[in-house]
Design a protein around this ligand. Structure first.
Ligand SMILES: NCc1[nH]cc(CCC(=O)O)c1CC(=O)O
Length: 308
């Protein structure tokens, strides 16, 4: 048994494993390795174990990264694969985001009705996402939001069992699980996605130049830049996982156009903004400006969600 070329840490959910396999395939192709030379190391995270409460209530996104961070820093794995949407904006200084795969469909898909408009009056929609709940209620104040947790298969099962009339899931996750035919995509003009939705990222130890180099070979620069801009906006807003925020950077001319919105959880207020001519070089400054612009137009109650 020879040592693997690289050990990739991943969560153990079916979606996380599918994503880790995509990263392993990309590495094998880029470096001419045999796929068997890459070790996948599945780890169970706190977020995977806690199923009965809204994640927002029990302490945020570190739930998904803590165990992988520890394995990375402890030298048990060389790289960690994440849905970038689940990676908190402030990371330990010893860890760096080394690569992102080309972004998938960024949209949400509605399952249980053809569109948000055609949901029956008072329909029950299951979601654990404060963003999706707020956006739904802004469009359809009559809807009833119920807490819906668990992995993609669990949520589809709960829906089939009638726990809700409809739910929303990321198109990217459904696609990676071979479920492209489930539900209908919601246009980004109707529902702006979460920052970093649809992007798979790989983190390494900042001091590990070998892993950094190996991962750089599979990184998709436009995805990397767009997602870093969306993360900069989230950081500039100072939001937590309780604050409903949507953001999307789209390639435009030689740079990016960034759209963002913040909402009251009950959908009673939405503030939208947009910045064009954004570039990776001054993403931080542009994100700050857009964040300030949104907050300056928000009510005191909405602004208060971002001062914690
Ligand atoms: N919060 C869970 C999560 N994290 C990433 C994805 C989907 C994949 C992606 O957005 O890249 C999902 C499921 C969902 O929102 O439907």
């Amino acid at each position: 048994m020879t040592a693997p070329r690289i050990r990739l840490g991943t969560r153990a959910s079916p979606l996380a494993l599918a994503q880790a396999h995509m990263v392993a395939d990309a590495l094998a192709t880029a470096h001419g390795w045999d796929r068997g030379e890459i070790a996948l190391v599945p780890l169970t995270t706190t977020g995977d174990r806690v199923q009965d409460r809204a994640l927002a209530e029990i302490g945020g996104k570190a739930l998904w990264t803590k165990e992988l961070d520890a394995a990375l820093l402890g030298g048990h794995i060389d790289a960690a694969v994440h849905s970038m949407k689940d990676v908190e904006t402030i990371r330990p200084p010893e860890i760096r985001i080394a690569a992102m795969l080309p972004r998938a469909d960024v949209r949400d898909r509605l399952i249980g009705a053809a569109s948000i408009e055609t949901l029956p009056l008072g329909a029950r929609v299951g979601t654990a996402s404060p963003r999706r709940a707020a956006q739904l209620l802004a469009l359809r104040p009559d809807l009833k939001i119920g807490l819906f947790r668990g992995n993609v298969a669990t949520r589809l099962r709960k829906l089939a069992e009638g726990e809700a009339d409809a739910t929303l899931l990321a198109a990217a996750g459904l696609h990676r699980l071979g479920q492209d035919d489930v539900g209908s995509p919601v246009p980004v003009e109707v529902m702006l996605p979460a920052p970093a939705q649809g992007a798979i990222g790989i983190e390494v130890r900042a001091a590990d130049s070998d892993a950094t180099r190996l991962l750089a070979a599979i990184s998709h620069a436009p995805t990397f830049d767009a997602v870093m801009m969306e993360r900069a906006l989230l950081a500039a807003l100072g939001g937590t996982c309780r604050s409903p925020v949507a953001a999307l950077a789209l390639p435009q001319d030689s740079g990016f156009q960034m759209r963002a919105e913040i909402l009251l959880p009950d959908g009673g207020e939405t503030v939208r903004g947009e910045a064009s001519g954004c570039s990776a070089e001054d993403a931080a400054a542009q994100a700050m400006a857009l964040g300030r612009d949104l907050l300056s137009r928000a009510s005191p109650a909405l602004r208060a969600l971002f001062e914690g």
